[in-house]
Design a protein around this ligand. Structure first.
Ligand SMILES: Nc1ncnc2c1ncn2[C@@H]1O[C@H](COP(=O)(O)OP(=O)(O)OP(=O)(O)O)[C@@H](O)[C@H]1O
Ligand SMILES: [Zn+2]
Length: 487
């Protein structure tokens, strides 16, 4: 398997640290807002990478952190007059709501900065003892000049960085590019005790500490968007390799940007669309299909038209799947056909599996893998069209094989959900979920009405408040109780 490694700027053969196992760390969000479509790209892409390794039989250990202590969170909490950690917790819940909708598997571990302060302090102490870090007035900085390989990931020299970054001259720093490992507490900010006084960690050190804790040094894949190469990942490498003297991660993978009019979609530019806004217009399977339809390192420009096209593409797969399910219900005839209709289908299925794997193993070319999926849909359409309303037992076996292949492709790409009872893919899962939600809320409203009619106000209030916490508002109208989603 070939993976493009940002560190070496070449495609390299993937060799895991431990045979049969893959360890992955993908930087997670700073939780002060809902995620936008740009943030969804690494989520869906690295989830697909993980799924492919699982399909290949690897045991995958996937770690994704939450940055729940950060300037942006503190500022936002101040604006909203709330506690920063509570604000972060709220957006962690919202993150899961969006990620679940996009069928992103939960990580094996989702560590939070606020729960790893001792590990972070230990790492900073180690760096300080080894002369890679120095404290000034309660702040601690990493000394970039103490790590000669600084710049190896982004391919820039300290001089270039300095010129590019236009960093302010800070007389307390030994070099303008030195970055904060620990920040002295300011009034009203969350802080923890440390050998340098009360304070909180800088951004980069958290990933070094948590990756080391959960995956050990020299783990396999470290991922994130292009924008994280510098300074975030460059600094992670400096901290971890300076402290341990060993390579931090073996393969560095970075996804390209979702752009709007060729510009990066970002909160700071204000040109972003929230995942939940998009999911109000397009089903999640279509959004996922759209995100995977372009190679992960290429930019992907966003507009509604592209999602409409993705929906049409996915419909071709769904149509083939519907035909396949109909065919799987056909009566099985015992006798042979006079003229066989399978036409080398078994060999074709085997070839398509190989082509799909080849695409995925060429630096996770999901765009090519999707075109193989279309080929499979075409083969299914042709075969089912020739059956003429009946199947022989051999043909039934072929239908099952085609189904197994669809399921495998789908499982890697994570598009359609599966009905655990029947083992079949849910073609209209989005609609099914809506129907289920509607049914459940109507049932809850009925129970609340019954409680009210018995003057059981406590139960009625518990139900209303509980729904409100889930963002569902009940309204009394002349036509009865109606419900709507908040905001
Ligand atoms: N437009 C984009 N396209 C692809 N990936 C993106 C985009 N914007 C952010 N990411 C990625 O999303 C992940 C989460 O990043 P993070 O929470 O730091 O986003 P952010 O920096 O707050 O977003 P923004 O750049 O909008 O301020 C990172 O891996 C980042 O590289
Ligand atoms: Zn990180």
């Amino acid at each position: 398997m070939q993976i493009y490694n940002t560190l070496t700027k070449t495609k390299e053969e993937f060799v895991p640290r431990d045979k049969g196992q893959v360890s992955m760390y993908v930087c997670g969000p700073t939780t002060y807002n809902f995620i936008h479509l740009g943030n969804a790209r690494p989520l869906v892409f690295f989830d697909t990478v993980r799924r492919y390794f699982i399909y290949k039989g690897y045991q995958v250990n996937f770690v994704q952190n939450f940055t729940d202590v950060d300037d942006k969170i503190i500022n936002r909490a101040r604006e909203e007059k709330t506690d920063p950690l509570e604000l972060a917790q709220k957006y962690i819940r919202e993150f899961f709501a969006d990620a679940d909708a996009l069928n992103v598997m939960r990580a094996d571990t989702h560590p939070k900065v606020s729960e790893h302060i001792p590990e972070i302090i230990d790492l900073i102490k180690k760096l300080e003892q080894q002369g890679h870090a120095y404290a000034v007035d309660g702040d601690v900085y990493f000394a970039v000049r103490s790590f000669p390989a600084y710049g190896k990931l982004s391919g820039r020299s300290l001089e270039d960085m300095q010129a590019g970054a236009r960093v302010e001259v800070d007389p307390r720093k030994k070099d303008p590019m030195d970055f904060a490992l620990w920040k002295a507490a300011k009034p009203g900010e969350p802080s923890w005790d440390s050998p340098w006084g009360p304070g909180r960690p800088g951004w980069h050190i958290e990933c070094s500490a948590m990756a080391e804790k959960y995956l050990g040094s020299g783990f396999d894949i470290h991922g994130g968007g292009f924008d994280l190469i510098f300074p975030h990942h460059e600094n992670e490498i400096a901290q971890s390799e300076a402290a341990c003297g060993e390579p931090f991660a073996r393969y560095w993978m970075h996804n390209g940007f979702i752009t709007v009019n060729q510009e990066k979609m970002s909160k700071s530019l204000g040109n972003f669309f929230l995942v939940r806004e998009i999911l109000a217009k397009f089903p999640p399977d279509v959004v996922r299909w759209y995100l995977l339809s372009t190679h992960y390192r290429s930019p992907l420009d966003f507009d509604d038209e592209k999602l409409v096209m993705a929906g049409k593409g996915l419909d071709r797969i769904k149509t083939a799947l519907r035909l396949l399910y109909e065919a799987m219900e056909l009566p099985v005839y015992q006798e042979e056909r006079e003229k066989p209709v399978a036409d080398g289908l078994e060999e074709k299925l085997a070839t398509l599996r190989l082509e799909f794997e080849k695409a995925m193993e060429d630096d996770f070319n999901t765009a090519l893998a999707i075109s193989v999926f279309f080929e499979l849909a075409k083969e299914i359409n042709i075969f089912v069209g020739k059956l003429g309303g009946k199947v022989t037992s051999e043909e039934k076996k072929l239908l099952d094989k085609a189904h197994a292949l669809v399921k495998d492709f789908n499982c890697v790409l994570g598009i359609l959900k599966e009905d655990k009872m029947t083992g079949r893919l849910l073609i209209d899962a989005a609609g099914a979920d809506d129907k289920l939600t509607e049914g459940l809320i109507q049932l809850i409203i009925k129970i609340r009405q019954e409680a009210r009619s018995k003057k059981d106000w406590a139960t009625a209030d518990t139900i209303r408040d509980g729904l409100k916490e889930l963002g569902i508002i009940l309204e009394d109208t002349p036509q009865g109780v109606r419900w709507k989603k908040q905001g």
